[in-house]
Design a protein around this ligand. Structure first.
Ligand code: PLP
Length: 638
């Protein structure tokens, strides 16, 4: 389905087609020569490098795509931006409390990421949020200073609680957020036994409904948190136990990726009402945690769409600070310490998935013969006549007749009345006709409804060297949109419309929703590809959730992970590299013993040699090739 001619295409056209300036947040742009650039803050001001120069450096170091690229400076900048924006809002609103951010470890648990957040966050007293005992173990070991906090969400058993109480013994401010009423007796019992006063938080289910992907999970039907009735029961229980003074924090989480700032303000207002009345009940509080939700503008539409947001980080911080101050000033209550648990907005920008295209499948017709063979079936002749007579005015009718004739020709093939070459001829005539109808419909202002998407329905399939399930699970599970951009030939018009298939041979392993200028589109414009071309795609803003939720579907393991730091002089250093899982490691993950597999193969080769299927001398090569695969990358290697 080739379309318009490749001339008169400018780099700006690519920038606008892939909306890079809209979602790039100033970090990602196109240079005048058509290179994707990364601009990162450095101690001496912003510095810009070309992504393809980084890829060349990765290859020089012996790694090939697929690669997960992390840009350290971008992660640092996000932490700085969030903390500085809260500091400015606190200043501007004459707010009396302070801000303490916590990073929810579940959003990216990779050691290198969490360690970097703990290190970079130290001057801002940025802490960590733990949702499980293993995450608390990370948080407790990594959190720095005595000013930062740890927030423990999720279900807590005895060991979890004991560890949190040890944290308090060590001088770490570690809050237990009660998700259910039943956690409280255990917290009371363990704290008495250990002689450590707990810092208790109540997680309240706000009734504020939010827009976005998690709309259905917000409000009183949200899974976690205390209902109003349960919260009053919790107050009574702690009062009875003389422990009401331990309730120091009110927690709420409206949902992730909140697109509308109005919803966030409503949530803060509602939380402040609970805050006020819990104080009246005798809980000292002092801390208000608004959870996660700060969204990322994945599609760059700056809107209330599910993959966007209609506010800046500064507006987000200002709304929380100002609304809290207004609400509590009205009732004369001191401003609390503010906590947020921003995950997505902290880490999304710093990671890019890079993969190469391996192959492409077209649905184009080949050149048609001048004349049909003499003995061709009458239905094939009818299809050919239908194709010849097609005109714009009758194209819908021609389309319908062609579909009917094609079905009937396929039935004839199934019952053995026509042979494969004749079927192939009919398919070619059909493809050629559909291509012409699709091209015609694409030029019409109002094409007939059923023909409007014909071009997309006939899009190419570009095969990418990656696993959707391992690297972009939210695209598969939640239809989440991520910006996808070719990294080569951006000064050329892309003449193909494509969907992208991964190499898992799972029919779900495909990307067929992309960001577009007027909403999501089902195909991505790409350049003509011939196998052997070096043509790479970048999937951007993938640092949040994707690395952690990924799975070993088809036993494709983790990608190589390479971290880069951009220097003030626009050079860059490779600061960290993690070689991908080899097949041996991936097999062990699912409980295979590679040595056992190798022994089994050795026995098979021996039997094959005894039975004369192979020469004995062939045996070492077969075993060596198997052993080499065990040491190899699970993805396609060039
Ligand atoms: N806090 C809690 C309790 C959460 O459940 C989540 C994720 O849904 C987050 C924080 C992180 O949210 P986000 O990634 O939107 O910042």
């Amino acid at each position: 389905m080739s379309s318009t001619k490749p001339e008169s295409w400018r780099v700006e056209d690519s920038a606008s087609l892939y909306r890079i300036n809209e979602w790039g947040a100033g970090y990602f742009r196109l240079s005048d020569s058509g290179e994707v650039t990364i601009t990162a803050p450095t101690p001496e001001g912003p510095a810009t490098v070309q992504l393809n120069d980084i890829i060349a450096g990765i290859r020089e170091r012996g790694y090939d795509t697929p690669v997960q690229l992390r840009i350290d400076n971008l992660l640092e900048d996000r932490i700085a931006q969030l903390n500085n924006a809260f500091a400015s809002a606190i200043d501007a609103n004459n707010y009396q409390g302070q801000y303490r951010g916590v990073f929810p470890i579940k959003v990216n648990q990779q050691a290198q990421v969490v360690e970097q957040i703990a290190r970079v966050g130290e001057p801002y007293h940025h802490g960590l949020e733990a949702g499980s005992i293993a995450e608390l173990m990370i948080a407790l070991a990594l959190c720095r200073g005595t000013e930062s906090v740890i927030v423990c969400n999720g279900y807590k058993d005895r060991d979890f609680i004991d560890l949190g109480l040890h944290a308090i013994q060590l001088g770490v401010r570690c809050f237990f957020v009660a998700e259910t009423l039943h956690e409280l007796p255990l917290i009371i019992e363990r704290s008495r036994r250990m002689g450590v006063e707990p810092l208790v938080g109540f997680r309240v289910k706000l009734s504020t409904k939010v827009q976005g992907h998690w709309e259905a999970d917000s409000g009183e039907r949200s899974i976690f948190g205390l209902s109003i009735i349960q919260m009053m029961e919790a107050v009574k229980l702690l009062r009875r136990e003389n422990m009401l003074h331990c309730v120091k924090l009110l927690h709420c989480h409206l949902g992730s990726q909140l697109p509308d700032i109005g919803n966030i303000c409503d949530g803060v207002r509602e939380a402040c009402r609970y805050y006020t009345d819990l104080i009246a009940e005798g809980c000292p509080l002092g801390w208000l945690d608004m959870g996660g939700g700060l969204a990322v503008d994945y599609d760059g539409s700056n809107s209330t769409g599910g993959y966007s947001k209609n506010y800046t980080v500064e507006q987000y911080c200002d709304s929380i600070v100002r609304t809290t101050a207004e609400m509590l000033d009205e009732v004369g209550i001191a401003h609390p310490m503010l906590v947020t648990e921003s995950g997505r907005a902290t880490v999304a920008y710093s990671s890019i998935l890079l993969f190469n295209i391996l192959d492409v499948s077209h649905f184009d017709a080949l050149a048609l013969p001048q004349q049909l063979p003499d003995d061709v079936h009458s239905q094939v002749v009818a299809l050919s006549v239908c194709a010849e007579r097609m005109q714009e005015a009758t194209m819908e009718r021609s389309h319908d007749s062609a579909v009917t004739l094609r079905n009937s020709i396929r039935s004839l093939f199934a019952e053995g009345s026509i042979k494969l070459p004749e079927l192939a001829l009919a398919e070619n005539i059909y493809y050629d006709l559909m291509q012409r109808i699709a091209d015609m419909a694409a030029t019409m202002d109002k094409p007939p409804e059923k023909l409007a998407n014909l071009k997309q329905a006939r899009a190419d399939i570009y095969y990418g060297n990656f696993s959707l399930f391992q690297s972009l699970p939210d695209n598969w599970a939640l239809q989440q949109l991520f910006p996808v951009v070719p990294l080569n030939r951006l000064n050329e018009r892309p003449t193909r419309e494509a969907i992208i298939a991964d190499i898992t041979c799972d029919c779900d392993g495909k990307m067929d929703r992309f960001i577009g200028n007027t909403g999501p589109r089902s195909t991505l414009p790409l350049h003509e590809f011939t196998p052997g071309d070096d043509y790479c795609l970048g999937v951007f803003l993938v640092g949040a959730y994707q690395e952690t939720l990924g799975s070993l579907h088809n036993l494709f393991g983790d990608n190589h992970v390479i971290s880069v730091r951009i220097n003030p002089d626009a050079s860059f250093d490779f600061v960290h590299e993690i070689k991908a899982d080899d097949a041996d490691e991936v097999l062990r993950t699912v409980e295979y013993d590679p040595q056992y597999l190798l022994n089994e193969l050795r026995n098979k080769a021996e039997t094959a040699a005894q039975n004369g299927l192979i020469e004995v001398a062939d045996r070492p090569q077969i075993l060596e090739d198997y052993a080499k695969c065990l040491r190899g990358y699970t993805y396609f290697e060039r």
